[in-house]
Design a protein around this ligand. Sequence first.
Ligand code: ATP
Length: 238
Amino acid sequence: PQGPELLGVSRLVAGYGAEPVLHGINLKIRQGEMVALLGANGAGKSTLMRVLSGLHPAQSGGVHLNGEVLNTMPAEKIAGRGVVLVPEGRQVFPELSVLDNIRLGGFLHAEDREARVQGMLERFPRLRERQHQRAGLLSGGEQQMLALARGLMAKPRVLLLDEPSLGLAPKIIAELFEVLDQLRREDMTILLVDQMAALALALADRAYVIEGGRVVAQGTADEIRANVDLANAYLGNA
Ligand code: ATP
């Protein structure tokens, strides 16, 4: 996609104590792009996702959506602008039904919520089958689909996916990436963090590589794959 920039991050610094975790991150995502964020454990990927969605403050620098400054807004307002995080660890409400978990994702959009809930049940047949069960009874893969459905209910303009495949069996990961591919074909704008870097790159238009809270490489998926050092470090080609 060669559309206009939708989400921009400029010179973003953030952390948890005196020493920042993110040391001046710059990145941009165009409308309709899928961008992969690669990097070892502890590189700062989750921290970046949390800052983008307003769950963690920036120390300096900015996050912009269509030119509007986001990082001074509370998280709910950022979600209302359409920057929606599907967090690591899924975090469904285990005591609530599958259906109620999906509904909750649409709390900012009551007007067409029920119709969109039905749309999610069509997109995720496994959730339809289990719609009246407690979410805590679902398998890990089903809970991840539920977390995704809940995120989609929030009408994302940018979907932030943090480690969606974590802890899932290979067959389920393949199903999950099918769903992500479908979203990509629908021109959803997506920032994807996933340890399955080769799979993530296979779908992504572009990628950023983060080490120690800094962007150390960026490029098209083909460029990242063609870079021997990056491929060895992140794609398991060693
Ligand atoms: P992972 O894949 O392990 O989640 P990551 O790239 O997402 O890695 P972050 O989770 O953003 O990395 O963590 C970056 C650094 O910030 C790590 O050194 C981590 O220990 C530290 N960190 C993360 N969360 C907190 C917190 N709540 N309080 C203090 N330090 C934290």
